[in-house]
Ligand binder design. Structure first.
Ligand code: GLY
Length: 350
């Protein structure tokens, strides 16, 4: 068996995350002690299918599973109720039963959609995450958030449903096109501000990608073990996400999630500094590291962002919880009135 690192997540259900190079051809073997032999519906998009579909199908067959494959058009615009219904129908037509499973092969869109399919089909069947982008490897494949978008906003229909196992091939991530890789760095920037170990790795440069993914995932593990259903601590993982979701929606999803998160994190750093939550020294240290991230300037005004954040899931009545940066490795929650969001986003064009 190949070399890999393992993070074990102990939520209501306990599951391993395997991270290492050249794991994509061994998915069947890696999951075989965790998922009994069954029919597996591989859910993927057309881009990922062309690259890895055959490899994963072969690996599953070789390990004794019966794989079937549902492919949809890549992109956030496919993460909707119509693709969801088509996928559910596909499972029913292929007679998947409660002892069968779904395998999400792809990035955040595939993982969220396939996860929601498995959370709801026959009231829930197990699923496996095989992330193929940096964004899904470091964040969305772990922790059990599943969802689809509706016209009013992103991820407004969904469920918490933990996977049974996550297999992350870091060589697949290393070989991604630059734009796709960089998109994932938005979530990495979030983890860098939440966890000093991730920050130092990037600050010092010259790191191993498996180590970077491992540290991000291990931080997320700690948070979701404390708060699986986002009642409190898990909200920290939403750092930068309120402005990010507004940017994505305003741009008609032409700004991708990771790029929007990077911009959103920067907005929250500017706000934290402006509010004197973040000291001059820490702000300077963070700005230096943020220069490594190619953060896309925001092309919307603070007012536009504030108006679009009104549908945010994190809103509660007239208030919303935002995440501020106290210092590197220490972020906190702050409740503000939704009417003051324009002020929070004031630094969006800096
Ligand atoms: N992506 C943030 C979370 O999983 O809570």
């Amino acid at each position: 068996m190949k070399n890999y690192k393992t993070v074990t997540v102990n939520t209501g259900k306990s599951y391993p995350i395997f991270i290492g190079e050249n794991l994509i051809n061994s998915v069947g073997e890696l999951i075989s002690s965790l998922v009994d032999k069954c029919k597996i519906a591989v859910i993927t998009d057309d881009t990922v299918d062309a690259l890895f579909g055959d490899k994963v199908m072969l690996s599953l067959k070789t390990a004794g599973y019966v794989p079937v494959k549902f492919v949809f058009k890549h992109g956030e615009e496919s993460k909707n109720l119509s693709t969801y219904a088509n996928a559910i129908n596909f499972l029913a037509e292929n007679e998947l039963t409660r002892t069968d499973a779904v395998l999400a092969l792809g990035g955040g869109v595939v993982g969220d959609l396939a996860g929601f399919v498995s959370a709801t089909y026959l009231r829930g069947i197990k699923y496996i995450q095989v992330p193929t982008t940096l964004l899904s490897a470091t964040d969305s494949s772990v922790g059990g958030k599943t969802a689809v978008d509706i016209p009013s906003g992103k991820n407004l229909v969904g469920a918490f449903c933990q996977p049974s196992v996550v297999v992350c091939d870091s060589l697949v991530i290393k070989n991604l096109p630059k734009t796709v890789f960089n998109d994932g760095m938005g979530e990495v920037l979030k983890y860098a501000l939440l966890d000093e170990k991730v920050f130092s790795l990037i600050e010092n440069g010259d790191y191993d990608l498996t180590d970077l993914i491992y540290l991000c995932v291990d931080y997320k593990r700690k948070i979701v073990e404390i708060d699986e259903f986002e009642k409190c601590e898990r909200r920290l993982l939403n750092l930068g996400h309120t402005p990010a979701h507004a940017i994505e929606k305003l741009s008609n999803y032409t700004v991708t999630h990771g790029n929007a998160v990077a911009t959103g994190v920067k907005i929250m750093v500017e706000y934290s500094f402006n509010e004197k939550i973040l000291s001059h020294g820490e702000y300077a240290r963070i700005c230096k590291v943020m220069e490594k991230f190619n953060i896309t300037p925001c092309s919307f005004s603070a007012k536009e962002l504030a108006l679009n954040a009104l549908n945010d899931k994190k809103r509660s009545g007239e208030n919303i919880k935002i995440i501020v940066v106290n210092k590197v490795g220490d972020c906190g929650q702050k409740t503000v009135a939704v009417s003051s969001l324009e002020k929070v986003f004031y630094g969006c064009n800096r």
